[in-house]
Design a protein around this ligand. Structure first.
Ligand code: MEV
Length: 389
């Protein structure tokens, strides 16, 4: 466990330059790291990243203090434009400290790639042939990614799915499960499914059309939980028990109603996307996967669970989180590298777990405010602060 405490009382009251000093001392930032706080990317780098770049577009980079994740004290780097999100997360993380912070976990970082096979004469026989050749097919993928393999990753399984009734007729879908270790893995997966397609065509007698990763990366999930004494929620007008029970009832609304679940989950992504942006992740991929996961029962629902265990509020968030700490933007964007350094240079699983904690913290803050004084009291105060500046 770290010696440093992330409980930075009064951090929010400091002018930004002094906050930079505190952060630099806390995270051991050097002069180059500190330059990255000015935006990081230059036009030449932007020109290498995308086509037709003509400029740069910057957003606030903030720090949410107070986090404890699996016993480690953490400052969370957040890139976000919406007032009140950073304050809300700092507040929720402070409340969670009363129960030891957030406990997290994750699966192995296994991504899914899909091959769509059309005009398969006998789908049942094709599925059997593909599964019979599984070992040889996986061995073919092993050779494609020597670095991933050296780091302990590699192909894990092949799954065949029949889609007998689509608007374009029946099709056979093959999933490749590939452990991409600390890479988000989109390129590795896409290379692998493109390489496998000819063999799958030969085995099935069909023709391959799409060969691409699935963003519903439900084999690569992270979760976070917290247990907080209800007394920690006591406010000027409410008992802690009333607020904690209100949080559970608010969550039940989002479990049962997609209109509420969309707003509820949006709040979760206030936290997750802010860490994703700060650390250079593909946040569209994360959102696509998580929203599809939220609808896995056939109805779109809350991603969180909140319940009372005696006088303790218990929360949990679990979702697919395909994130990387090598390659991509983490290589090209100095501020993303800085954000990872502030987080202690986590591996991809640890980063996903921290993001799950960020999502749960944001949800806790939103539900607490909604169930107590209402969202506008805090939110509008922070809007007012911004507008006066
Ligand atoms: C606002 O950005 C997010 C909230 O609407 C989330 C929620 O309602 O749970 C406050």
């Amino acid at each position: 466990m770290s010696e440093r405490s992330s409980r930075l009382k009064g951090f929010y009251e400091l002018p930004p330059a002094q906050r930079q000093e505190v952060l630099a001392a806390w995270a051991g930032l050097d002069a180059e790291d500190r330059r990255a706080l000015d935006g990081g990317l230059d036009l030449a780098a932007a020109d290498r990243l995308v086509e037709n770049a003509v400029g740069l577009y910057t957003l606030p980079f903030a720090i949410a203090p107070n986090f404890i994740v699996n016993g480690a004290e953490l400052l969370l780097p957040l890139v976000i434009e919406e007032p009140s999100v950073v304050a809300a997360m700092a507040n929720a993380a402070r409340l969670a400290r009363a129960g030891g912070g957030f406990q997290t976990g994750s699966t192995e970082p296994v991504m899914i790639g899909q091959v769509q096979l059309l005009d398969v004469p006998d789908p049942a026989a094709a599925a059997a042939s593909i599964l019979a050749a599984k070992e040889a097919l996986l061995a073919q993928v092993e050779t494609l990614h020597p670095t991933i393999r050296r780091l302990g990753g590699g192909p894990r399984d092949l799954v065949v799915r029949r889609l007998d009734d689509t608007p374009a007729g029946p099709m056979l879908i093959v999933h490749l499960l590939l452990d991409t270790r600390d890479a988000m893995g989109a390129n590795a997966v896409n290379t692998a499914v493109e390489a496998l397609a000819p063999a799958l065509e030969a085995l099935s007698g069909g023709r391959a059309l799409l060969r691409i990763l699935s963003n519903l990366s439900d084999e690569r999930r992270a979760w976070a939980g917290c247990r907080i004494p209800a007394a920690a929620f006591a406010g000027p007008e409410d008992t802690g028990e009333a607020v904690a029970s209100g949080i559970c009832v608010a969550n039940a609304f989002a479990v049962a109603d997609p209109y509420r679940a969309a707003t509820h989950n949006k709040g979760i992504f206030n936290g997750i996307d802010a860490v994703a942006l700060a650390t250079g992740q593909d946040w569209r991929a994360i959102e696509a996967g998580a929203h599809a996961y939220a609808a896995r029962s056939g109805q779109y629902r809350s991603l969180t669970e909140w319940s009372l265990d005696g006088d303790t509020l218990v929360g949990r968030l679990e979702l697919p989180l395909a994130v990387g700490t090598v390659g991509g933007m983490t290589k090209h964007h100095p501020t993303a590298r800085l954000a990872l350094k502030v987080l202690g240079n986590p591996d991809a699983r640890r980063l996903a777990e921290i993001m799950a904690a960020a999502g749960l913290a944001q949800n806790l803050a939103a539900l607490r405010a909604l169930a107590a004084e209402g969202i506008q009291a805090g939110h509008m105060a922070l809007h007012a602060r911004r507008d006066q500046k």
